[in-house]
Design a protein around this ligand. Structure first.
Ligand SMILES: [Zn+2]
Length: 68
């Protein structure tokens, strides 16, 4: 499961990190209703983006250094 962050207000939608009491009420981001809105600032799903491990950019940089 991947966490998603609101690019407007920084709200993080993450089922795994949710409180246990609330967990059952949380839906995987992919399954959210298209009309779902950020609970903080009210923007739509398309302004959320997945939070990825920031490893990919570092890999390309380190590869470039190794070649030098
Ligand atoms: Zn927001």
């Amino acid at each position: 499961m991947q966490a998603h962050i609101c690019t407007v207000c920084g709200y993080v939608y993450d089922v795994q990190s949710a409180d246990r009491d609330v967990e059952n009420n949380l839906i995987p981001f992919e399954n959210l209703d298209p009309d779902w809105q950020c609970p903080v600032c009210g923007v739509r799903l398309d302004l959320f983006k997945p939070i990825t491990e920031e490893r990919l950019p570092d890999v390309s940089v380190s590869d470039a250094k190794k070649r030098m």
